[in-house]
Design a protein around this ligand. Structure first.
Ligand code: LLP
Length: 425
């Protein structure tokens, strides 16, 4: 459930008309609902309230400082995957003791920064990373708490680009191999093995892959305890899907109950790394129609947002519902339906936000909302075609705030210079 609804045929985010934000801030603009963000966090957390747990928002999904702060004020931590994300999380005020660090390619400098901040846990993904981390920790006179990210080899039944827990994927360490590595880790002075971690993929719409993964991790934890390696944390990653079109992912309550049942006898602190499920339906991308262009079989609706603003349709063939911000059109509702590709100004055939979409007729100047764009929307945006990145706005009740300014042309060239030596006399 989210707080984007029509009142008198005008799309509102909470109490604010979306058109007012577009008029004042311009388009394209990402709009997030605070009420929805908080509601999603609470609903996700609810099943776990009776057990030791930590919800580490996977901030790659939406890394705006204000969004991070909202979750952190509710007691959440973050799952980071880079030094840049660590920087953002600390700047937003996230407690280091609630930060876990995942990712296959951590650099020494990034590891140093995370050690200096004294984060909760490194999710280590390879033997070489473990050795590097040990060395860096010793150099700082510290012991790094680690979990090994194991690859449970289960099929998450999702898009191949976002499935991560199969043997053929680059992520994690084979379960049998991990036993050997845990033994080595336990001997290292700079390493304290305290957890087991996995993340099997994203946009999962079934429970069974999660439960299969957890049961493999349970078995591993038993074996590790048998080796006198005391595992205190079980991190089961993120991955719970959301409805974009007609998917029916399990509701968070069902997911939580099933996970809890599976781990009840383990006596560990459970770490969860939800990304999409917390922010996906809490954000929309609003864009203005520039032109219409008829084609032989369908027409093109050319808008001012493009694949640089929202790459999910081009990259994953992802579906985002397209809603008209104003359904009334000044009282004279347009009745005609059209089949259209909603496309941006970028010079690529792959630059579309919706394809062959059966939608209400629109005219230049109309506003459209690309729904469920809160996760992996702005955070995957780029400056391709030298397009300044969109503004981000947070709605809170009947007020709204710009939480990231629209980029300027000057922002586009920041850091660039033409060296005098390349100038021809
Ligand atoms: N933990 C780890 C280690 C991850 O790699 C991810 C996502 C998550 C947690 C959060 O997964 P979520 O709860 O959001 O499913 N750009 C793609 C999604 C890539 C997901 C990458 N990893 C998309 O737009 O669909």
């Amino acid at each position: 459930m989210h707080h984007f609804n029509y009142k008198n045929n005008e799309l509102h985010c909470e109490q604010v008309p979306v058109s007012r934000i577009a008029d004042e801030v311009g388009t394209p603009v990402y709009i997030y609902s605070r009420e929805t963000l908080e509601r999603h966090f609470r609903i996700f957390q609810e099943p776990f309230l009776g057990v030791e747990h930590l919800i580490c928002f996977s901030m790659k999904a939406c890394s705006n400082l204000t969004v991070l702060r909202i979750f952190s004020d509710l007691g959440g931590g973050v799952d980071i995957v880079s030094g840049g994300e660590l920087f953002r999380a600390l700047k937003a005020g996230v407690e280091p003791s609630r930060i876990v660090y995942s990712g296959v390619g951590k650099k020494a400098a990034e590891i140093d920064e995370a050690l200096a901040a004294d984060i909760l846990l490194f999710n280590v993904e390879s033997e070489e990373e473990l050795f590097l981390l040990n060395g860096r920790a010793l150099a700082q006179g510290k012991r790094a708490r680690i979990a090994l990210r194991v690859n449970p080899d289960v099929d998450p039944l999702t898009h191949p680009y976002i499935s991560t827990g199969l043997k053929k994927n680059k992520f994690g360490i084979d379960v049998e191999r991990s036993l050997h590595l845990y033994r080595e880790a336990a001997q290292m002075d700079g390493i304290e093995p305290v957890g087991v971690d996995c993340h099997i993929g994203s946009q999962l719409t079934e429970l069974s892959p999660f439960l299969d993964a957890v049961s493999r991790l349970k078995e591993l934890i038993r074996r590790l305890r048998g080796m006198d390696i005391q595992i205190r944390y079980l991190d089961i990653g993120g991955g719970l899907g959301i409805p974009y079109e007609d998917e029916q992912p399990p509701p968070p309550a069902e997911y939580g109950a099933a996970v809890l049942e599976a781990v009840s006898d383990l006596h560990v602190t459970l770490i969860l790394e939800p990304g999409r499920v917390l922010v996906g339906n809490a954000g929309v991308l609003v864009t203005r129609v520039l032109f219409r262009k008829p084609g032989p079989n369908k027409e093109f609706v050319i808008v001012d947002a493009a694949m640089n603003d929202l790459i999910r349709p081009s990259l994953y063939k992802a579906h985002h519902a397209v809603w008209r911000v104003s359904r009334g059109n000044g009282g004279a509702a347009l009745k005609r339906r059209i089949i259209a590709d909603v496309v941006g100004p970028i010079c690529e055939t792959g630059d579309y936000l919706a394809q062959a979409r059966n939608m209400d007729e629109v005219v230049p100047g109309d506003l459209l909302a690309l729904m469920s764009a809160g996760a992996y929307g702005f955070s995957m945006s780029s400056n391709y075609n030298s397009r300044p990145r969109a503004a981000e706005v947070l709605v809170d009740g009947d007020r709204f705030y710009v939480i990231r300014k629209r980029e300027t042309y000057e922002d586009l060239v920041r850091g660039e210079e033409i060296p005098a030596a390349v100038l021809r006399p």
